[in-house]
Ligand binder design. Structure first.
Ligand SMILES: Nc1ncnc2c1ncn2[C@@H]1O[C@H](COP(=O)(O)OP(=O)(O)OP(=O)(O)O)[C@@H](O)[C@H]1O
Ligand SMILES: [Mg+2]
Length: 468
């Protein structure tokens, strides 16, 4: 009997810099989250490693090495997006996932393909800013503390000091310093958190309208956002707030002061150009060459628009010009209706590496339920534990759940591992509902329970369709 210990849902671990990871290590990391799919994991690991290798080449040669873009082919729910998602957490690289089907041809209403580069830069800015924030965090906190102390105990005004004798001045100074240190101690101990202080805050009154992101206006957005704060913002206003809030507020303000945004911007753009990864999901939805009717008209157009970006071009962003030559593209699609060969040949050529993801088996389902760091069963155990319920699954029960999932996939639509979610939800329906009222608090899900909860639904074709 397998017993899943409570609290099994682990925190996402912080991995060492991607640069130091060998392909084998990258795969090992992905293995913690994604079951099977060796070929796909290998392909992304090699592609990532190759760009690290490239960066070690002499500059003129490095320029010549183009990224080996990848197409992942596999039906729905087998882990395509999951691999990319996990990769992004691992990579210290700016990472963007977009649905190819979201784009429309340049000149039409909708998002133009260049917007993905602009989005990627925004992500990189956040990433770099976040890193810089860590660097200045201590300093910002110190500064904020001094400012809060200034508020709590305003410095003695100059005029008052002038009238006193030298001796008196020194004594006053000393007393002042002493009180300040005492306050500092109390402040750090959280004893002053509730006390009210008046803080000068910079009001960033953002304009009260959203910018519509159709391609033309998006260009404009570049200027509008930069200009508006100058017109509306930077008004200061005194606000009363508890010391605890004031501290938070001032820390933020100090952080902003300490961070060199020009440097952040430069680093971010560089990071995008050298390490950026774009995951183009649903690429199969834009495949198809025949023009003529309906949405097909723009499909080929979108592919043609994507071409230069994948090939290497420059894109104007509000942070400057970005070269796309070395951005890694990972495309993914189910390719049920269309095939990779339905993409225009030029685009196919830009994605030299093809990997197929395998269909998941009952055995895979068992592992998906139990092994990944945030496997479904671990999630449910964790969720129920918050209500004091100890949930356990026997090995047979787990296997039975996996078999039901496979069966339903076979009978209705094959939605891969996503089926496990619907099955688990149904299986634990009663327990989830009872929650805090459940007695006894120890619940073991065995095969019998699984059968009881699921067999009847699976037996009835209609019920299966609606419920699972
Ligand atoms: N091989 C796997 N290992 C672990 N979990 C998986 C695996 N495949 C799928 N899953 C789980 O199933 C869910 C759906 O997977 P994912 O989003 O990767 O599907 P997909 O292949 O991108 O499908 P689609 O073509 O519909 O986008 C995720 O929650 C993921 O955790
Ligand atoms: Mg997906």
């Amino acid at each position: 009997m397998v017993i899943y210990l409570p609290g099994a849902v682990e925190e996402e671990e912080q991995v060492e810099a991607l640069d130091e990871l060998s392909p084998r290590q990258i795969v090992a990391h992905l293995d913690k989250h994604v079951v099977g799919q060796k070929a796909a994991k290998r392909a992304v690991a090699i592609a990532l490693r190759n760009r690290i290798r490239r960066q070690k080449l002499p500059e003129d040669m490095a320029e010549e090495v183009v990224p080996k873009n990848i197409i992942m082919i596999g039906s729905t729910g087998v882990g395509k997006t999951e691999i990319a998602r996990r990769l992004s957490r691992l990579a210290n690289s700016p990472f963007l996932k977009v649905e190819a089907s979201k784009f429309t041809e340049v000149g039409y209403v909708g998002r133009d393909v260049e917007s993905m580069i602009r989005d990627l830069v925004e992500i990189a800015i956040d990433l770099v800013r976040e890193e810089k924030l860590e660097d200045v965090a201590d300093k910002a906190e110190q500064n904020a503390e001094e400012r809060v102390l200034d508020l709590l105990l305003p410095p003695v005004p100059q005029s008052a000091r002038n009238s006193a004798s030298a001796e008196e001045k020194a004594r006053a100074q000393e007393a002042f310093a002493k009180t300040r240190e005492k306050l500092r101690e109390q402040l750090r101990g959280g004893k002053l958190d509730e006390r009210m202080v008046e803080v000068e805050t910079r009001e960033r009154s953002m304009p009260a309208f959203e910018i519509i992101s159709s391609s033309g206006i998006e260009e404009m957005d570049i200027n509008v956002k930069d200009i508006l704060p100058g017109i509306f913002g930077q008004k200061t206003k005194k606000r009363k707030m508890p010391v605890a809030d004031a501290m938070d507020h001032l820390i933020q303000e100090e952080e902003q002061k300490l961070i060199d945004m020009d440097q952040v911007t430069r680093l971010a753009v560089d990071r995008v150009e050298q390490n950026g990864i774009i995951f183009l999901d649903e690429i199969d939805k834009i495949a198809g060459r025949e023009g003529g009717h309906g949405p097909d008209v723009s499909r080929e157009g979108v592919q043609r628009d994507i071409l230069p970006i994948v090939e290497g071009t420059t894109v104007n962003t509000r942070y400057g010009i970005v070269r796309t030559d070395h951005i890694l593209f990972v495309a993914a699609g189910a390719f049920h209706v269309s095939k990779p060969s339905d993409l225009i040949p030029e685009l196919q050529g830009r994605f030299p590496i093809r990997v197929e993801l395998e269909t998941l088996t009952v055995e895979d389902f068992v592992r998906i339920l139990t092994e990944p760091k945030s496997a479904l069963i671990k999630q449910y155990v964790g969720l129920m534990e918050t209500e004091g319920i100890k949930l356990r699954f026997t090995e047979e029960a787990t296997r039975s759940i996996a078999r039901f999932a496979a069966l339903v996939n076979e009978r209705t639509e094959n939605i891969g591992a996503r089926r496990l979610q619907t099955i688990m939800e149904k299986l634990l329906d009663e327990i989830s509902f009872e929650g805090p009222d459940l007695k006894p608090k120890d619940v073991t899900i065995d095969e019998e329970y699984v059968q009881k909860m699921l067999a009847s639904i699976v037996a009835d074709e209609d019920l299966t369709r609606y419920i699972l």
